[in-house]
Design a protein around this ligand. Structure first.
Ligand code: SAM
Ligand code: SF4
Ligand code: SF4
Length: 335
């Protein structure tokens, strides 16, 4: 049971965005000037219901044998009753791993309930340990302490934890070493993410990208590291280990070292559009067919058709994209 796209890439990973709203305004994702008080977020009836999300996840499982789901957003914990959705997803036959990407701020309230509902792992985003810088980055005056309390709550609840740090030149490259040291001591894997040209609103420039090579050199000078094998084919983070230890970090280099050739991810937006690439201009509507009572068999055929026609290789072709085209916002499909 598998389905392959035009470049022979299987469909293995489904990321489900449950809301386009967020309580942060990170300038690289939802800059406050654009996502201001007048910005029109999706209305409730436009969002997929929990029943619709669960049905789609089951259909994806049947189409391609995916075993892992990742819940994201916007900020997924802004969606009311999220633990109920996790519980519903955890009952799908064959889904054995449910993860969530979050800014961590609401974890003190929800971590335990999420774990009980069946969530296995969280990835928590944090770009610096410097309070002033963090407040500027998140655009909502949220302190580092708030996120660290979220990390602690996730750990207390028994969730497995990874950290994500987006590195931007001139913004937070000096935080690479303090973050690496801190999370090494805490025993959580930290993944450095190259700043990407997602969406249309963050004013991305190639010069702002602090590259994978620069990140590695930076860390290696202070704490020597060596590359290690991926955990599985298609893993997006390249893994490194601090020499002489079992502690590791990851680097997600979608700009300077693209990994489209093994990209096996599908992304479902909160309003039920299926995106076959993070940089797609358009998604394929699944909500319409769902609400028009297509049978499971018809839905599976539709999803298969979308995947088998997939040709996306945006990051590998980035330098050829001279024309500015409209892309989906990161807060719609969750990274
Ligand atoms: N709100 C949650 C969070 O921040 O973790 C989940 C959604 S967020 C869009 C998912 C991930 O995308 C976060 O780790 C965030 O840092 C990352 N991200 C957002 N915009 C980015 C960009 N322009 N380049 C690289 N990573 C980005
Ligand atoms: Fe919100 Fe996450 Fe985007 Fe920051 S990166 S604005 S926390 S969705
Ligand atoms: Fe996958 Fe698109 Fe990213 Fe390439 S650019 S790795 S196809 S999401």
């Amino acid at each position: 049971m598998n389905v392959y796209d035009v470049h022979q890439r299987p469909l293995r990973d489904l990321r489900i965005s449950v809301t386009d709203r967020c309580n942060f305004r990170c300038h690289y994702c939802m800059p406050a000037e654009i996502f201001g008080p007048d910005y029109e977020f999706l209305k409730k009836n436009m969002l997929l219901s929990f029943e619709e999300i669960t049905r789609l996840a089951r259909l994806f499982r049947q189409t391609s044998g995916i075993k892992k789901l990742r819940i994201t957003g916007g900020e997924p914990l802004m969606r009311r009753d999220l633990p109920t959705l996790i519980q519903m997803l955890s009952t799908i036959d064959g889904i054995d791993d449910i993860a969530m990407t979050t800014n961590g701020s609401l974890l003190p309230k929800f971590a335990e309930e999420l774990k009980e509902a069946g969530l296995n792992r969280v990835t928590i985003s944090l770009d610096t340990l410097d309070n002033d810088r963090f407040k500027k980055i998140n655009g909502r005056n949220v302190s580092v302490e708030t996120v660290l309390k979220g990390v602690q709550a996730a750990s207390d609840a028994g969730l497995s934890i990874k950290m994500n740090m987006v590195v931007q030149r001139g913004v937070n490259e000096e935080d690479i070493i303090p973050m690496a040291k801190y999370f090494r001591e805490q025993g959580h894997i930290l993944r450095f993410i190259e700043y990407m040209d997602v969406g249309n609103s963050n004013g991305w420039k190639m010069d702002d990208v602090f590259s994978k090579k620069e990140i590695i050199d930076h860390i290696h000078q202070v704490m020597p590291i060596e590359p290690i094998e991926p955990n599985y084919p298609g893993e997006v983070a390249t893994r490194y280990r601090y020499i002489g230890s079992n502690e590791e970090i990851g680097i997600i280099s979608s700009v300077t070292d693209a990994f489209c050739s093994t990209c096996n991810r599908a992304r479902l937006s909160a309003e039920g559009k299926l995106f076959t690439c993070l940089f797609s201009a358009k998604g394929h509507d699944l909500r319409g067919p769902l609400r028009n009572d297509l049978t499971d068999k018809e839905m599976i055929e539709y999803i298969e058709r979308i995947w088998t026609n997939r040709r996306d290789r945006y990051s590998e072709e980035r330098t050829n994209h001279t024309k500015k085209s409209s892309k989906v916002e990161m807060s719609h499909i969750g990274g």
